[in-house]
Design a protein. Sequence first.
Length: 201
Amino acid sequence: MPLQTTLSLAKKTLKPIDDEVQFIRSWFEKPLSTGSVIPSSKPLARTMARLVDPELPGPIIELGPGTGPVTEALVAQGVDPSRLVLIEFDPTFCRLLRKRYPEATVVQGDAYGLRRLIAGLLQQPAAAVVSSLPLFTKPLQTRLRLLFEAFHLMSPGAPFVQFTYHAVAPIPKRLDRVRAEASERIWMNIPPARVWVYRRD
Ligand SMILES: C[S@@+](CC[C@H](N)C(=O)[O-])C[C@H]1O[C@@H](n2cnc3c(N)ncnc32)[C@H](O)[C@@H]1O
């Protein structure tokens, strides 16, 4: 893609410059855990948020919200911020999220210990888990454990939503009693990405 087109795409689809600066800083400090150099674009964030039905009752858990582009899309989709449980590793992002979404519950910690981390926090089953974690930095067993911990916290049939830059599924698509579907590739993101949704039958 020519540089000019890339820059104009970036201008149209990216979050405010401050968020990008914070994000790049986090990437320099912890590239494996940040997983990306810049925040997700609006088209990617919207694709993830559309898989969440705001009419279904219960909290909505977001893993790795970073500076909040997916959070913003969830709120734009009709999710009340008070329903959001945002689990983020990076303390700077947590501060930013608490300021931006004072009604949300922001938990600083390791999302791979999901059940233990939010034990006692949920009053009812979650309506969705929406993840931007860089899953491929973790062994398959850890990814599977995360998926099944998420299922344990959600209503039956509720979605586990995950984006990836990779061509293959971030969690194998053929699992017993699990339905997995992928979106088209979203080109309006740097780099282009795909969104996967997993539901337990
Ligand atoms: C690829 S970024 C996505 C950020 C944002 N959701 C977006 O789409 O722009 C991954 C985020 O996950 C966070 N993260 C990585 N590992 C984590 C973990 N084990 N627990 C919680 N958050 C984690 C990082 O700090 C970063 O904010």
